[in-house]
Design a protein. Structure first.
Length: 277
């Protein structure tokens, strides 16, 4: 009898071990989206349910109710630097991303709450910002719920939410100019000065081209064989209307790029020289 019960105990232990090791695919797989933006990053953590032949908006996701904007756990969005949404400055930090879908208008909510999984959990007084936006009809079906960061520029991007045949877009911006200028000011106090990076920023952002040219010249002095510096100096001179000097700088860049067999900069210089003629 003792032997019989011992066998049962061993069997139960063995079955428990199997069940603890069993791993199956998630019906709504989780995903982390991390995107460099401005001087920081945006990170989104959410789960991706599938359509699976169901009617989504109005049934699976009821209209007029707070939705966790995904499945399983609460959906969160984190900013490593301050961003601006609907004119509201949002400090760096982790927030909940919620929505209230409806037929003709969605409300997208960034909340201090990071644990909302049902409408009963939601507290409106914890909202950081609410954005009213009209849903758009997608040309092709998105099977798995998707959140992405698209249409990136230095100071702007679009938070996109798509599922089935419906999508919504929320513009996000950030202010970088004053921060970059402060960095340049602080760094230039030191001996190791980033002439090239500062010159390029000035040239590309409509600032003092004379100052940019001065820094390009300093960068050339520091690294005479840097054909990419000669090329950007030529572009700066072109913007200043100094075609002859621009051509000379581009010819030097082309010569050095050919020695290094850098086809991209060879092509860049040939194109620039054609514009200068």
């Amino acid at each position: 009898m003792k032997y019989f019960f011992s066998l049962i105990a061993v069997g139960i232990f063995f079955l428990n071990g199997i069940s603890q090791q069993l791993r199956t695919p998630q019906p709504s797989p989780s995903q982390t989206v991390k995107q460099d933006f401005g001087l920081g990053t945006i990170e989104i953590n959410y789960s991706r349910p599938g359509v699976r032949g169901r009617k989504i908006f109005g049934e699976v996701v009821p209209f007029g109710q707070v939705w966790r904007t995904g499945a399983n756990s609460a959906t969160t969005i984190s900013f490593s630097d301050e961003v601006i949404v609907e004119g509201v400055k949002i400090p760096a930090g982790k927030y909940g991303l919620l929505t209230i879908p409806d037929v003709t208008e969605w409300t997208v909510i960034i909340s201090k709450q990071t644990d909302v999984t049902s409408p009963d959990d939601y507290k409106q007084d914890q909202d950081v910002v609410r954005v009213k936006t009209k849903p758009v009809s997608l040309s092709s079906k998105v099977e798995n719920f998707t959140i992405a960061v698209d249409q990136l520029s230095n100071t702007g991007c679009t938070l996109t939410i798509q599922w089935d045949l419906t999508g919504v877009n929320v513009p996000v911006t950030t202010e970088i100019d004053s921060k970059v200028m402060k960095q340049i000011e602080n760094i230039f106090i030191k001996d190791n000065r980033p002439y090239y990076g500062a010159a390029y920023y000035y040239m590309e952002n409509g600032k003092d081209l004379n100052q940019a040219l001065t820094w390009f010249n300093k960068a050339v002095e520091s690294n005479p064989n840097a054909y990419w510096v000669h090329y950007q100096k030529a572009r700066c001179l072109q913007k200043m209307g100094k075609k002859k000097e621009a051509m000379e700088a581009s010819m030097k860049s082309l010569e050095l790029a050919r020695k290094d067999n850098d086809q991209a900069y060879i092509n860049n210089n040939l194109k620039l020289q054609a514009e200068l003629k």
